[in-house]
Design a protein around this ligand. Structure first.
Ligand code: GLN
Length: 445
């Protein structure tokens, strides 16, 4: 981490002392087990992991990539992180993210972008770009990220690692700083589906502190018979459209062909409302964000700017410390929720969201998994989209639908483009069928 973070800027807050303390504790447990093998060892004992800086870890600065939380040290730990620590994981630091996870490149971080380990002039994707770069550079074998509209899958794709977006409700959101509460999920970035499968059971499951977390058995995923013989793989025509980089389409189609040769059954399907996912998401996510970000008022969390009166202090703190993209989303969301516009925008978007969810439900009556690209392009240059928020939003077209429907997805590399950058594919599955995705990805890997 020390050697590579200077050029990658994957970590905002490395925590070497904490990591060494945790590692000493792991050594002690291991030594005790050597003495007495009847002691049960924590399942992930000593595994180093990185944590996206939107997940709280008690006593460690949590910035969310924002100046408004520049010095915020949470007094509590996110359930997902807490469970990893209980499983024996050693946490090495908090990773860079677009401010409040709003972005697709990590360029919206108030602390500067992360660089893609495959080409330092390229973005690592986002918003979990720091976690993806840390795994791709082999700083850590795995990391936690979050996915509200693609932020685990797209950086995994750009960095050539495996990224698992869990079903909404699979992993507790307690201690995850809220962005779009009906879309936010915690996920894993790892070197393979096999590694992600080892970690998933330890973060998943019901948590009384998150009412949307589900009380469902968490399958420990068995990969030893990961055959795709007879697996029905749906290929939605709406995901192979004009504007997609030809090498991405070729790479994904070649991977689908590989599945066919492994015995899977390839089925052409249609998800007819796919084209609406982008406008629907960019109403719902900012609407929820505008409400969630109201709490940053200079009083409750983080630093405070000067002001004669309360409102002045409030305006100064938010005005100076939120970045441009966050302000754009707050304005969009506030507008979409305002009296007179609510029905036309937010209400309408919610209805179309239901149609998108139904598209997936009917598709999963016919197929077991859906195969698609993760993003229309491979990693782009730093600065390439910085003039145009809309261009940046277009990078998300293939990842947003899974969040709107709440279904799980996995991204993993299937080749390289002519620049030597990873090309990846995405598999999406029915609610709570992460096991099917991990098995299918593992069969390919
Ligand atoms: N790029 C999307 C956005 O900016 C998704 C981000 C995310 O999943 N956190 O909202």
């Amino acid at each position: 981490l020390e050697a590579l973070n200077g050029c990658l800027h994957a970590f905002l807050t490395p925590t070497p002392e904490l990591a060494l303390r945790q590692a000493d504790e792991a050594d002690r447990k291991y030594a005790a087990w050597r003495q007495d093998p009847s002691i049960e060892l924590p399942p992930l004992l000593g595994l180093p992991m990185a944590i996206k800086d939107v997940l709280a870890q008690s006593g460690v600065r949590c910035t969310c990539g924002s100046k408004i939380l520049e010095n915020f040290i949470p007094p509590y730990t996110a359930t997902s992180v807490e469970r990893l620590l209980r499983a024996g994981v050693v946490t090495v630091g908090k990773t860079n993210t677009d401010e409040f996870a709003m972005g697709s490149s990590t360029e919206n971080s108030a602390y500067g972008p992360t660089h893609n380990p495959w080409n330092l002039e390229c973005v690592p994707g986002g918003s979990s770009g720091g976690s993806a770069a840390a795994v791709a550079a082999r700083i850590v074998p795995a990391a936690l990220g979050t996915d509200t509209g693609g932020s685990v899958r797209q950086p995994a794709a750009f960095c050539g690692v495996t990224g698992l977006k869990t079903t909404y409700g699979r992993v507790s959101r307690y201690g995850l700083v809220a962005y779009g509460s009906s879309l936010d999920t915690v996920g894993v970035l790892a070197q393979s589906a096999e590694d992600a499968a080892l970690i998933l059971p330890h973060i998943a499951g019901r948590d009384p502190r998150d009412a949307t977390s589900m009380d469902l058995p968490v399958p420990s995923v068995r990969l030893d018979q990961a055959s795709v013989q007879g697996l029905r793989v749906g290929v939605p025509k709406e995901y192979f459209i004009d504007g997609i980089q030809p090498e991405v389409e070729q790479g994904v189609r070649a991977a689908i062909e590989a599945y066919r040769q492994m015995g899977a059954q390839i089925v052409e399907i249609s998800l007819p409302n796919t084209a609406y996912a982008l406008p629907v998401y960019y109403l719902i996510a900012p609407a929820e964000a505008s409400a969630n970000l109201a709490r940053y008022d200079g009083i409750r969390f983080g630093p405070r700017e000067e002001g004669e009166r309360m409102w002045e202090m409030f305006f100064n703190t938010r005005g100076k410390r939120f970045g441009a993209e966050v302000k754009r989303r707050i304005m969009l969301g506030t507008y979409a929720l305002s009296a007179g516009y609510y029905d036309a925008y937010y209400g309408q978007a919610q209805k179309v969201r239901t149609l998108i969810k139904h598209d997936f439900e009917s598709a999963f009556n016919e197929v077991d998994v859906i195969a698609a690209p993760v993003a229309p392009t491979t990693a782009f240059r730093i600065g390439q989209h910085s003039g145009s928020p809309l261009e940046m939003y277009l990078e998300d077209i293939f990842t947003l639908p899974a969040n709107l429907a709440g279904v799980p997805g996995i991204a993993f590399p299937v080749g390289f483009d002519s620049q030597g950058l990873p090309v990846s594919m995405q598999l999406m599955g029915p609610h709570f069928r992460e096991d099917a995705l991990l098995r299918a990805a593992h069969a390919y890997q």
